[in-house]
Ligand binder design. Structure first.
Ligand code: GDP
Ligand code: IMO
Ligand code: MG
Length: 427
């Protein structure tokens, strides 16, 4: 029995969707445990490309039951649309292969409006650059104990009462801020129809996950976002509103930590970030543009250009520690194929001091100057490699050096967006 948690170790978009799809070949249950439709997980199968936001990336495997756990915040309209889009593309999504936890909290239209209102109210330098999907305000309502949960969609009268109460409350805030109030009747019509559509998918997924674990099934937890967007460990306040790290898998699904026996950290061979916040190795020059072009670094959810930079071993080592990474999955190695030289950040200089552990204070991360070591590139294609031995010598050395610096083993390497462009590394 393998019960694994897969997490992003950087600022998201490490290629989690692709790796989940590869790993789910023999998996019985794939569980999303946090985040919402701020996530954009890309899966390429043959010539087809899918971008998933809420539905776990195991949906393409007939053997896998997909769970949206209680730690996820779910926009019912977005989930309905995602299911319908997949159905139109002949991907089976039914209550037999997708369950929505009774306990997951709903993102309501007023959360999306609040998200936009907060962002607009923040001055330059304070903006988070959220995806404007209502994630933060929905988690805030959960913590304030005013959230609406998926189970309430099973009783339309109750849902309507709760929806109208909360909408009236938020309309008061919008009007007070000089904004247009929501049209509650119109919004309710949409919510009612989505609730009817999603009803059959709503189950007590805590039971499903625990029964599967007791029966010795293989379970894979699919993290969204990445370590540095975690609300506790990330570059706060420039973070998302959930625990993106491995601990979140248990609170976000109801499975005890005693069952988890493997932790996979997905790590890009360089670094990217979407949205605002500190990014010590960011390249604001032609090399950054070259990484963006070669890696096609544009947000899968918002289409925003991703900020790009060199590999950062300081933040990545801290990330492997917090997540307890057993095996690293290095993605997008092929993106570096044409570079003559590659840099790896091994330390920061902060206030004239050398720092090798990621600071907790965002102000220090903001002024951190990266100290680099330079490695020769390989300037040869890696996209056809199907084993570590087939990689150019300098590519092997680059990966070995990263593994040494972040103190983790390399278990999988990805050299292209397709399923086939992946191989395991035996240690
Ligand atoms: P996620 O959010 O972690 O699932 O990652 P995204 O899907 O947002 O972004 C990763 C992007 O890189 C997607 O467009 C993937 O198709 C692509 N990708 C994943 N692995 C590789 C790889 O090894 N090489 C290349 N060139 N692209 C990859
Ligand atoms: P995946 O799962 C990259 C970023 C946003 C913003 C911050 C807060 O595809 O890796 P939010 O809407 O969550 O309140 O925004 O978090 N962000 C992501 N960046 N990948 C993601 O998901 C992200 N989800 C949120 O850009 O900086
Ligand atoms: Mg993404």
């Amino acid at each position: 029995m393998a019960i694994s948690v897969l997490v992003g170790t950087q600022w998201g978009d490490e290629g989690k969707g692709k790796i989940i799809d590869v790993l789910t070949k023999d998996i019985d249950l794939v569980v999303r445990f946090q985040g919402g439709n701020n996530a954009g997980h890309t899966v390429e199968i043959g010539t087809e490309k899918f971008v998933l936001h809420l539905i776990p990336s195991g949906i393409f495997r007939k053997n896998a039951l997909c769970i949206i756990g209680n730690g996820v915040v779910v926009d019912p309209l977005a989930l309905e649309e995602e299911i319908k889009d997949l159905l139109e593309r002949n991907v089976a999504v039914t209550p037999a292969n997708l369950e929505l936890s009774t306990r997951s909290h709903l993102i309501m239209p007023y959360h999306r409006l609040m998200d936009a209102m907060h962002e607009n109210a923040r001055s330059e330098g304070q903006k988070i650059g959220t995806t404007k999907r209502g994630i933060g305000p929905a988690y805030a309502d959960k913590a304030s104990r005013t959230g609406i949960r998926a189970l309430e969609m099973l009783d339309l009268e109750r849902l309507e009462r709760r929806f109208r109460e909360q909408s009236e409350y938020y309309n008061g805030i919008f009007v007070g801020a000089g904004l247009e109030p929501m049209n509650i009747d119109e919004e309710w019509t949409k919510q009612k129809q989505a609730a009817q559509f999603l009803g059959p998918f709503i189950k007590d997924a805590v039971l499903t996950v625990n029964r599967a674990a007791e029966a010795g099934k293989n379970i894979l937890f699919e993290g969204a976002q990445g370590m540095w967007l975690d609300v506790d460990y990330g570059t706060y306040p420039f973070v998302t509103s959930s625990n993106t790290t491995t601990g979140g898998a248990c609170t976000g699904s109801g499975l005890s930590p005693k069952y988890i026996n493997e932790i996979v950290g997905v790590m890009k061979a360089y670094t990217t970030r979407v949205g605002e916040g500190p990014f010590p190795t960011e390249l604001k020059d032609e090399e950054g543009d070259e990484l963006r072009r070669a890696g096609n670094e544009f947000g899968a959810t918002t289409g925003r250009p991703r900020r790009c930079g060199w590999f950062d071993a300081v933040s990545s080592r801290y990330s492997c520690m917090v997540n307890g990474v057993d095996d690293l999955c290095m993605t997008k190695l092929d993106v570096l194929d044409d570079f003559a030289e590659l840099k790896i950040c091994t330390a920061y200089e902060v206030n004239e001091k050398i720092v090798t552990d990621m600071p907790s204070d965002n102000d220090e991360i903001t002024i951190a100057k990266p100290i680099y070591e330079t490695m020769p590139g390989w300037q040869a294609p890696t996209t056809e490699a199907r084993s570590f031995d087939e990689l150019p010598e300098n590519a092997k050395n680059y990966l070995k050096r990263i593994a040494e610096l972040v103190k983790a083993n390399i278990g999988i390497v990805s050299v292209g967006p397709n399923r086939e462009q992946t191989f395991c590394v035996k240690s």
